[in-house]
Design a protein around this ligand. Sequence first.
Ligand SMILES: Cc1ncc(COP(=O)(O)O)c(C=O)c1O
Length: 500
Amino acid sequence: MVLQLDGAGPLHQQVYRAFRNEILGGERAPGERVPSTRALADLLKVSRNTAVSAYEQLLAEGYLETRVGAAGTVVAPVLPPGRLALRPPARPGSQRRPSRRATVRLAIAGRTILGAARAVNRSLGLASLTWELHPPHMRYDFRPGRAAFGDLPYALWCKLLAARARQARLRDLDYGPPQGRAELRQAIAARLRRLRGVDASPERIVIVSGTQQALDLISRVLLNPGDRVLIEEPHYTGARCAFLAAGAELVRAPVDDEGIRIPRAAAGRRPARLAYVTPSHQFPTGVVLPIARRVALLEWASRVGAFIVEDDYDSEYRYDGPPLPALTGLDRDGRAIYVGTFSKILFPALRLAYLVLPASLVEPVTAAKAIGDAGTATLEQLALADFIGLGHFDRHLRRTNASNAARRNALVAAIHREFGERADVCGANAGLHLLVWLKGRSGGTIKDVAHKAAEAGVGVFSVDPFYLEPPRRTGIVLGYAPLSERDVREGIGRLAQALG
Ligand SMILES: Cc1ncc(COP(=O)(O)O)c(C=O)c1O
């Protein structure tokens, strides 16, 4: 008998694994007698204790049995059939990865999800779907979608979170309601009524782990594979992958200077089931949807029986006047679904967002949430309810509105100064990013622009991935909230220099 030890981890586990592999691999027959622990220790030049520990584990798991009398310890007579040789655990630090392309028969839903993720990865140049920083952070990083992290009253947030953790009663450590904690839903409802013109009772609010989960839940309960979804062109890629993952057929609704236009295809024989819109600050063009088009959209939805998903991701930042009321506030027919997030005003790692649903969708969406993850983490919900209730959220918003306006002003001025007639700025009056169309041959193709910018330490991001059919012009989306005014000015100066 030559037992093959694999050299990984403690000796008794190596002996245990070697025996187990031989038994499962059929090299030791059921009922076969195994050496005594003393004989095994001699044979393998290990201590007796090592042999005893290995046998104890094999006995406990049923690979070996002890027989009273002469037979001693034997291989269990009844074992699972087949050759199941088990691999040793990876050595610490070793990089044994499962093959990415290992074949497994996925369900239709699994294949559709993977297809959606890979399609979006291709357009964003990602290896796998993620919202993390990518590519490496640049000195002057104008990546869109980031909040003003430096302005956060983070110490205060930590204090509130710690207080909730300290005060937690036993029942606060148990599962929370899948719909979300009432304290937070009440705080959100009061703000929405006051500031967004949305008459949201807490009963119609569902707390979710980010806009992304909101879109996933909506897709699950409303879309069949093949259903049409009207999506702005250009649009937020997170929405695109949620709808594609549900097997939806995307119908592009072009965005002009006044926002989304409803295409004929949306109302034909096979009308869209859902429309996804960002009316307060279209992503990524920044256009604000005027009232006539809002009403037309709601009328279309009522006529064809579609739902409208209003993604109100960054509307509370508005620099040239008060925020516009949300489209959902105009809905009289239960067609609008409102999605709000805390990723833009606070920070995305919080993973807290909310849905305001028509009454008809509260039960199915809450059920999908309960089945999906049994509810969002509760201590953060309670701390956020305190943060809002004690007035910190509004104070932070007022402060960041002023600091983001200053960054926005610095950015627009720098673009005018450095590029003059060669650049058109869009969507600068709200949100945390703006779009710049580079005219003529400023810097060449978007790839050239991004490359030259990166060499100068400036991270700029093409508008192309936000289109299903990228435009011929060169557009860059510039996020500015995490940058200082000085960095904004320097970054644009370096960009202009790099593009020549
Ligand atoms: C249009 C749009 N909606 C929503 C979000 C936020 O998503 P989440 O709430 O999942 O962090 C973003 C973030 O970049 C966005 O650009």
